[in-house]
Design a protein around this ligand. Structure first.
Ligand SMILES: CC(=O)SCCNC(=O)CCNC(=O)[C@H](O)C(C)(C)COP(=O)(O)OP(=O)(O)OC[C@H]1O[C@@H](n2cnc3c(N)ncnc32)[C@H](O)[C@@H]1OP(=O)(O)O
Ligand SMILES: CC(C)C(=O)C(=O)O
Length: 513
């Protein structure tokens, strides 16, 4: 099986993500994890960028024993010298030199013509060759470079002593066909190309970074460059975990493999997310929280019968424990039954159907139906609790210059209407004091939490409260687009449940104790 080398640039191009700044300790921690993941090469930074980055690259160079350590450099002596200094102590150092070759970069950024680009790059490689046996040369913006000129630049770089030639699609512009064709052409036309490794470095501006890296592999690339979680400049780089898992899962098609320890992927992803502060989107391939989660009934049913119906890879391969069946409004009876069995309840069909119907009503209102919700459904705490008290209206008076007060109108099961007023430390406290007066129940509020059920200004607010009385505690839930109303509803719901629980407990005592 053909081996594809993995060049990880999380610590260099990944760190170029706006808002990301890794200090030395963080770079070393990530580098150690990359070593465990088994990447072949680690680009640790751009030493000429700052004294801090030079020191960080040096710390990585000294800490890592099982990967080549690379420092990036412009085609300038002072940058090359900074990399020399930074890579002191590295077991296997490599210099990464770059110079842009595309017409746009030549004309506007470098203000060089083709000849100057060739001469400048050659002088840099020859200078560097005195100090480094391994040199990667990148033709920045190769993707938008005339193909014949790119062949010329590549031939020059090989003659001058580069050992790896990198073809960056710096701005994520190319289609897979065009990018693959560059590798094919270089392989066919550049003298000495068989003596160097060819590398692919893609960006995700059009969402094609992974597929372009794969196209490069299919056309002869020996190495792919990328980052963990695909972080990097603008829309980011090729996500290494995506390429590695594509090669692993579709060995039949690609006939190539990395030597990554795949079971370290999830851990590496979490660490990089934590230290860079870049949250991995839930739907991100391979490492997103939903990548191995199934919500819809038909999929869950398939998963329960045979995992390969809806999973092309197993979560264990990347170091996760198992797939998740998430209960929501799209879930079906099979998954619901399985979940209840997990919770210790094996229900008769009829009872299962009744509970399932209630679950669907709840799932329509809630983003996540938790184990607690399910337990509540089973015990008929959350729905169908007889309403001893029903909240009819609340009035709140609030100003930051006076004590908040609230008035509530409550309808009792006996048909009485009770109105009470009270003051409090805040609006919610005032409402709760007024409800206490109306219900005359003596309860303790031991928890209060609020979250939004959906997004936007009109999001539903969901309030959860825990009320206790003697040794009994219950959870009440209130939903409304107004958080004060949701708070009042949660409290009244909890009161009703408390009263119901008192009854259930005394019944249970009679029946089973
Ligand atoms: C595609 C990529 O990801 S390339 C890597 C990008 N990463 C970074 O830029 C991060 C680190 N960079 C830095 O800290 C700074 O840009 C430094 C220290 C390298 C240079 O800073 P400054 O000297 O202030 O220059 P500045 O960044 O403003 O401009 C870049 C200069 O380098 C030149 N340049 C750009 N690429 C190269 C190159 N490969 N070789 C030689 N010169 C280059 C530009 O033409 C410009 O030159 P000019 O000053 O003569 O116009
Ligand atoms: C320095 C090079 C490889 C680069 O990051 C790019 O062109 O995107």
């Amino acid at each position: 099986m053909r081996k594809i080398y993995v060049f990880d640039t999380t610590l260099r191009d990944g760190e170029q993500s706006p808002g990301v700044n890794l200090n030395t300790r963080e770079k070393v921690e990530i580098a150690h994890q990359l070593e465990k993941l088994g990447v072949d090469r680690i680009e640790a930074g751009f030493p000429a960028a700052s004294p801090g980055d030079l020191a960080a690259v040096n710390a990585v160079a000294r800490a890592v024993k099982n990967a080549t350590i690379i420092g990036l450099s412009r085609s300038r002596q002072q940058d090359i010298d900074a990399v020399r200094e930074a890579l002191q102590g590295a077991q296997d150092p490599c210099l990464h030199l770059f110079l842009a070759t595309s017409p746009i970069h030549r004309q506007y950024k470098l203000r060089m013509d083709k000849q100057q680009v060739l001469e400048n790059a050659e002088a840099a490689i020859r200078y560097a060759k005195k100090y480094f046996s391994k040199i990667e040369f990148s033709a920045e913006d190769a993707g938008r470079t005339e193909l014949d000129f790119l062949c010329e630049v590549t031939a020059m770089a090989i003659r001058a002593g580069a050992t790896v030639i990198n073809i960056p699609d710096t701005v994520g512009y190319l289609s897979p066909y065009e990018y693959g064709n560059i590798f094919k052409t270089l392989k066919e036309q550049v003298p000495g190309i068989e003596n160097v490794q060819l590398s692919a470095h893609c960006h995700d501006d059009l969402g094609m970074a992974t597929v372009n890296a794969l196209a490069a592999i299919m056309n002869g690339a020996d190495q792919i460059e990328g980052t963990i979680n695909g972080i990097g400049e603008r829309a980011g780089n090729t996500a290494i975990e995506e390429v590695a898992m594509a090669l692993e899962t579709r060995q039949d098609f690609f006939g190539a493999k990395t030597s990554l320890v795949l079971s370290e992927i999830a851990r590496t992803s979490r660490l990089v997310s934590k230290l860079t502060g870049m949250v991995v989107p839930g739907n991100k391939a391979i490492v997103g929280a939903n990548a191995f989660a199934h919500e819809s009934g038909i999929h869950q049913d398939g998963m329960l019968k045979e995992k390969t119906t809806y999973e092309i890879m197993s979560p264990e391969t990347i170091g996760l424990k198992e797939s998740k069946l998430v209960l929501g409004k799209h879930s079906g009876r099979h998954a619901f039954r399985e979940k209840l069995i997990d919770l210790g309840f094996d229900l008769e069909d009829e009872l299962l159907n009744q509970t399932f119907a209630k679950f669907k009503v709840l799932a329509d209102k809630k983003k996540d139906v938790t184990d607690e919700d399910l337990l509540a459904l089973l015990e008929e705490k959350l729905v169908d609790t007889p309403e001893v008290f029903k909240l009819e209206a609340i009035y709140v008076s609030y100003s930051n210059e006076s004590i908040p007060s609230a008035k509530v109108r409550i309808l009792t099961a006996a048909g009485d209407i009770i109105e009470e007023e009270a003051e409090g430390n805040g609006s919610v406290d005032a409402i709760y004091n007024a409800i206490d007066r109306a219900s005359t129940e003596e309860v303790t509020l031991s928890d209060y939490s609020i979250k939004s059920v959906s997004h936007g200004k009109d999001a539903l607010g969901e309030v959860h409260v825990v009320l206790s009385q003697n040794d009994v505690a219950v959870q009440g839930r209130g939903l409304s687009t107004d958080i004060l109303e949701a708070s009042a509803r949660a409290y009244v719901d909890a009161l009703n449940q408390l009263i119901e629980k008192r009854k259930t407990f005394s019944k249970r005592d009679r029946v089973s104790l």
